[in-house]
Design a protein around this ligand. Structure first.
Ligand code: NAD
Length: 484
């Protein structure tokens, strides 16, 4: 199977923060891969814009080094790298001052798409939007891309939305959540809405519960001071996990159209019940043999920020009443894995005598590693000896099923940037979605802050605090094992 690459229209993409970590690790290597695939036609330009004083040659050298570091050797050749470097330009701008803005304005061309990636701290969004407007750099067709974190509570998210709305219409604003760019996440919609098989069963009558797990083996590393102000709830649950939950729980949109999809996701967020503290377990990793504990990592011995959270969430609508969604995410856990696990109910009546080994059907959607899906079904154990049942996986690893196309899955950033150029907002969060997510999150955080509880300690390399097991045990369920 050969996938078709459809070139986008010529564009100028300005990356504010073009010398930053995100640009170096994700945005520029992603653009390179799109260039290599033939998706960026002649005449596309990528313009780095940052405070760093550099000339064009210096920026091309910076990007060339980033490609060497972040694109595997076998996946790049000198000629293509040279071709990509030729698309690069650089302007030194100061978001907070006048420096560089006239130069940037002078670089802009008529007749091509103009996109602006705000890969800078959110505190600079307003200044950049203002300067772009003042210098006539943006027009009605321009798009802006903004990075997470989009606020740290409802109030700050509203303020950010208001700042952007001063100069941009909602149809021009692309709030990135890179989880939505993952192939499997989009496949979730394809599996649900392009097949008749699952949708009739996709409700509380047939689904026992859903688990969403995002486990990391790393600690907070160099992001300690940022992370300590955020924690797992703000860093992972409010955005990435909420988006996954929405895609699992939403009603079928009337068509695959940005607002139709986002309207349905918004309804899910609004249907989320408040979560009582009894349904939440927060944890902090302690020191292990080879690594310091969380408190040391963030340099704050009194920190009450969680590096782990598990919670039981209820979507209160006709489809889901009675089917809990269990979410958990954490750092320094046993394995690096992200997956959604949908456990169906047992058949209402067993015609087989065998009691032992009887299992529910389980659909596992793996986001990483090895993107793919796996459906556990019961079959007869082969051979004589009567009717004994056993569980087998119907396994669809994208790498196996799709050959080269399955292993060459574009990185989430690549896909999302091309969607910006194409003007497709389906996989980006709308302002009201973000605000609704914070409106649900804020009281939960306020409640645990008011109680002043310390997160439970957990050992690195485990599944998190013991108490998290209880969250499911008391409902007669258990977590899926965290493993790669
Ligand atoms: P960084 O600190 O590595 O880079 C910041 C960039 O902004 C640099 O290019 C710097 O020159 C530029 N800059 C700073 N002040 C400026 C000013 N006054 N005028 C013009 N340019 C200025 O940051 P980063 O890690 O690349 O993160 C950028 C944004 O992306 C942040 O909002 C961050 O939260 C978000 N983000 C980063 C990651 C990541 O993996 N690095 C992941 C998700 C989200």
């Amino acid at each position: 199977m050969v996938s078709r690459v459809i070139p986008v229209d010529p564009f100028d993409l300005v990356i504010f923060g073009g010398t930053g970590d995100l640009a170096r690790r994700k945005i520029l290597p992603g653009l390179f891969r799109r260039f290599q695939s033939g998706q960026m036609p002649q005449g596309c330009r990528v313009i780095g814009a940052a405070r760093t004083e550099l000339d064009e040659g210096g920026y091309r050298k910076f990007v060339s080094e980033a490609l060497t570091e972040f694109v595997p050797e076998g996946k790049r050749d000198e000629e293509t790298v040279r071709g990509f470097l030729d698309t690069l330009f650089y302007v030194s701008v100061d978001a907070k001052g006048e420096g560089g803005w006239k130069d940037l304005a002078g670089l802009m061309r008529e007749g091509v798409i103009r996109a602006f990636y705000f890969s800078v701290a959110p505190a600079l969004f307003g200044d950049i939007a203002e300067r772009l407007h003042e210098h006539g750099i943006t027009n009605r067709e321009s798009r802006i891309v903004v990075e997470k974190p989009f606020g740290r509570d409802l109030e700050s998210a509203r303020a950010l939305n208001a700042v952007l709305a001063r100069h941009f219409d909602e149809t021009q604003i692309y709030r990135i959540d890179h989880y939505l760019g993952k192939e499997t996440v989009q496949n979730l919609m394809a599996v649900r809405f392009a097949n008749i098989l699952f949708e009739p069963l996709w409700n509380a009558q047939y689904i026992d519960h859903v688990q969403i797990t995002v486990a990391e083996t790393v600690g907070v590393g160099g992001r300690g001071s940022y992370y300590d102000k955020s924690g797992a709830m703000r860093d992972m649950v409010q955005n990435h996990m909420m988006q996954l939950l929405c895609l699992i729980a939403m009603e079928p949109p009337y068509k695959f159209d940005p607002d139709a999809v986002r309207d349905e996701k918004l309804k899910v967020i609004r249907a989320l019940d408040a979560v009582p503290l009894d349904n939440i377990v927060r944890g902090q990793y302690v020191a292990g043999q080879d690594n310091p504990g969380y408190l040391e990592d963030v340099g704050n011995p009194a920190s009450r920020t969680e590096s782990y959270i598990a919670m039981k969430v209820q979507v209160s609508n006709w489809r889901w009443k009675g089917t809990p969604f269990y979410l958990r995410t954490g750092k320094r856990l046993r394995a690096r894995t992200s997956e959604i696990c949908v456990t169906f109910k047992e058949p209402p009546h067993s015609i087989f005598e065998q009691e032992e080994g009887w299992r529910e059907n389980v659909l596992v959607i793996r986001l990483q590693p090895n993107e793919g899906m796996n459906l556990k079904v019961m079959i007869k154990e082969p051979g004589p000896g009567g009717m004994r049942l056993t569980e087998v996986p119907l396994d669809m690893s994208f790498a196996d099923a799709l050959g080269e196309n399955g292993t060459d899955i574009p990185d989430a950033y690549e896909r999302l940037i091309m969607d910006v150029i194409r003007g497709n907002q389906t996989l980006f969060m709308r302002g009201d979605e973000v605000e609704a997510a914070w409106a649900w999150t804020d009281p939960i955080i306020a409640a645990w802050e008011a109680r002043g509880e310390r997160p439970r300690p957990y050992d690195p390399g485990t599944s998190g605090p013991e108490d998290a097991l209880m969250l499911l045990h008391r409902d007669g369920r258990r977590w899926r094992e965290i493993r790669e």
